[in-house]
Ligand binder design. Sequence first.
Ligand SMILES: [Zn+2]
Ligand SMILES: [Zn+2]
Length: 363
Amino acid sequence: MAVEVRGVVARAKGEPVSIETVIVPEPGPGEVVVAVQACGVCHTDLHYREGGINDDFPFLLGHEAAGVVEQVGPGVTSVAPGDFVVLNWRAVCGECRSCRRGRPWYCFATRNASQKMTLADGTPLSPALGIGAFAEKTLVASGQCTKVDAAARPEAVGLLGCGVMAGLGAAMFTGEVGPGDSVAVFGCGGVGCAAIVGARLAGAVQVIAVDLDPRKLALARELGATDAVDASAGDPVAAIRELTGGNGADVCIEAVGNPKVFEQAFFARDLAGTVVQVGVPTPEMRVELPMIELFGRGGRIKASWYGDCLPSRDFPMLVDLYLQGRLDLDRFVSETIPLDGVEGAFHAMERGDVLRSVVVLGS
Ligand SMILES: [Zn+2]
Ligand SMILES: [Zn+2]
């Protein structure tokens, strides 16, 4: 039977979000209803509200979540009612040309629930990134649920569902940071700080944090950055060269989404080094580089979507590292808020006051 829950909906471009009654249908084939326990507030939710993703209003926001499987539809065998799961937006299809070539982390046809959740009047909702987890319950595809150790704190491990995974993976998977590497991370918000933590986990000996905000640089140091560069105080490229014996960093991670910052990451990199673009640009942004530098420096320029993660492989492993005290996901939870605190959390995020505000739902 369909159920009625409360959810955070963006009804129109630029308008404050509101709490609405959401109808969650009974799960059909391959679908799962999850009772959401916690869901982080991400920039992407704000971009949806601002009409920056597409115009498919109304949106049911929220997509970095953990919860408990409540009901599964016909044919679902990967999870069962009672399982503690982290939700993901990369439910791999197993059939596209990338999956067939053994690269499911690039899957080009990821799955979402086929049925729509609706408003009380029947208006279909577009769930953010196919999830829509600022709601007491949500309907997703079974592959969007990854079972992890239930001993973990939902507020913390739910963040693996998007931003924190993007940052960790930008360093560990896309950048392929390895033992002994030097790494520079441009932009120390949630994603950048996670990239710093990922670089440390992967064995980097030097991790240079770059930002304009001294508060963020202090936090980056707390999370394991060995050096901090205030980009407002001078040329960060020169500063990074100086910190790396005149050479530049092996891996430079751009976690802002800005052409100027990309250029800095490009030139702050050692010969044969790697640039990883994980910050999300806007459509009008352009990059111009001397082609001879692109060629002459060698190495790699890579884009990182969701940290090139494979949720079924990576979420349980990262939750285990968290439970062993080797991955401090709790540090990313700046505050916990109720469902009606999302609009206020958008403003805190814009001011740079928080790494993550996390909505906690009554269990
Ligand atoms: Zn696929
Ligand atoms: Zn996100």
